[in-house]
Write a protein that binds this ligand. Sequence first.
Ligand SMILES: Nc1ncnc2c1ncn2[C@@H]1O[C@H](COP(=O)(O)OP(=O)(O)O)[C@@H](O)[C@H]1O
Ligand SMILES: [Mg+2]
Length: 282
Amino acid sequence: MFSRAKNGNGFGDVILHPSLNKRIAQLASATANTKEHQAPFRNMLFYGPPGTGKTMVARELAHKSGLDYALMTGGDVAPLGSQAVTKIHQLFDWAKKSNRGLLLFIDEADAFLCERNKTYMSEAQRSALNALLFRTGDQSKDIVLALATNRPGDLDSAVADRIDEVLEFPLPGEEERFKLLKLYLDKYIAQAGSRKSGFSLFKANPQKIEIKGVTDDIIKEAAAKTDGFSGREIAKLMASVQAAVYGSDNCVLDASLFREVVDYKVAEHQQRIKLAASDKPS
Ligand SMILES: Nc1ncnc2c1ncn2[C@@H]1O[C@H](COP(=O)(O)OP(=O)(O)O)[C@@H](O)[C@H]1O
Ligand SMILES: [Mg+2]
């Protein structure tokens, strides 16, 4: 349960390329020590395809930074209407009072911080963006911004100017896919049915699954086949494996059932890519 505590810089269950992992660990400790060194915070941007761990990392970074933090999603801003500006000022007023400093994480930042001239924006949204820019100007000593987006090119240029550290979250390579497969095999299959979920009247505890012959070599084979999968897709693949096991009558996962599910998930992935490509205007 508390495996993430075993090493101060470990980012729990997030699996990333070692070089990215290292940079994140460095940024995390730099952020945690910023106040002490009386240095300005470094604002950061995480970008990359969907499902690659940006939200996971930003949340952990927020927890670990030792700062007060606020998490928001870009898409939450528009529905707030004219309330948005007020909320933003409130947030920054609160941050000013904090003597630890504030980490403000804006997930799906492009929905809120998109280029002002290029996209249609309501008056309220525009004022919210201006308020944010105003309050994060001149090397703020109280606030570190962390933004995550799949579309870094859509960010307003004034926002982009505020960014000091840009981290790319690429799709996982073969080695990372192997580790992701192992992680989710453990989570969804090996640990299935072992959790004490307390007394439940209507839901039976999930049955324990027996794993037979799903060796590292079999998993390596799956890692090679899942080229182009995101971390999220690998997690979902393993959820499908779990469903297939529960759908079988003996609750056993063997190499051939595992392969079968991997193969159809790979086919499904390729089909989806084809469909997406044919959607695009040529
Ligand atoms: N690098 C990763 N390591 C472990 N799990 C991952 C990773 N990337 C994605 N996942 C899985 O996919 C889900 C979505 O990841 P998320 O961080 O929300 O992606 P993003 O914000 O980049 O779109 C996570 O909850 C996790 O189950
Ligand atoms: Mg996300």
